[in-house]
Design a protein around this ligand. Structure first.
Ligand SMILES: Cc1cc2nc3c(=O)[nH]c(=O)nc-3n(C[C@H](O)[C@H](O)[C@H](O)COP(=O)(O)O)c2cc1C
Length: 207
């Protein structure tokens, strides 16, 4: 069936995107405002876009009231944030931090999570995350009146010790991270356990 986006209402365009572009990794972002008030929230319009420079991007929409989400406002204000990845063990806590709390509420405390100091940026990382990326703001691109793309440059990455196989060669035991992805609808998620291997082919082997 053809869905011509010129004729599809914005709400349904969103539903078509999130029902098909799956699974999406989740950026669990910690940020602070200029006064140091801590914030945490998950975003699944998220991915890596370059290795050199190491750039990640996060799509942040406005609230239905038209106000900017705290994460977007904090990053614009301070230029710093941490992207923590979400393991299955932290799925519930991640979901708690997605609640629209008042800006002065510390979402990490509400979710029973532990903040650990970062090395290069002010916002702390989440101890319960197996991977945390300290980021500096690269650019905010306004995508329209209600959405922005936040591009961040990774300054440092923390990876849980037991998942590092060989630090010198950057070999990571990815399955051990138990990362989850966001699926369709508002409440479906995927584990990263159903894997298969597809070796890369040299051109003459292609059949
Ligand atoms: C798994 C998950 C993924 C989400 N992804 C996005 C997203 O990509 N963009 C967005 O604007 N909101 C997303 N949200 C909603 C925000 O997390 C939510 O609006 C949150 O309250 C924003 O918090 P803040 O105002 O503290 O930044 C997502 C929520 C969940 C649970």
């Amino acid at each position: 069936m053809l869905f011509d986006f010129a004729e599809v209402a914005p709400r349904n365009r969103y539903k078509l995107l999130v029902s098909t572009i799956t699974p999406r990794p989740i950026a669990w972002v910690t940020s602070q405002d200029a006064r140091g008030i801590l914030n945490a929230a998950p975003f699944s319009f998220f991915n890596a876009f370059a290795g050199d420079p190491p750039i990640i991007g996060i799509g942040i929409s406005n609230r239905s009231s038209g106000h900017k989400k705290d994460t977007r406002a904090n990053i614009a204000e301070t230029g710093q944030f941490v992207v923590n990845l979400v393991s299955e063990e932290s799925a519930h806590a991640m979901n708690v931090t997605a609640i629209d709390f008042e800006p002065h509420i510390n979402e990490l405390a509400e979710a029973g999570l532990t903040a650990l100091p970062s090395v290069h940026v002010q916002p702390p990382r989440i101890a319960e995350s197996p991977v945390s990326m300290e980021c500096a703001l690269h650019q905010i691109i306004d995508l329209g009146p209600a959405s922005s793309l936040v591009l961040g440059r990774i300054l440092a990455m923390h990876i849980r010790d037991d998942a590092v196989l060989d630090a010198a060669n950057a070999y990571i035991d990815t399955p051990k991270l138990h990362l989850i992805g966001r699926m369709h609808g508002v409440s479906w998620y995927a584990r990263t356990t159903d894997l298969f291997e597809l070796p890369r082919l040299a051109a003459p082997e292609r059949k």
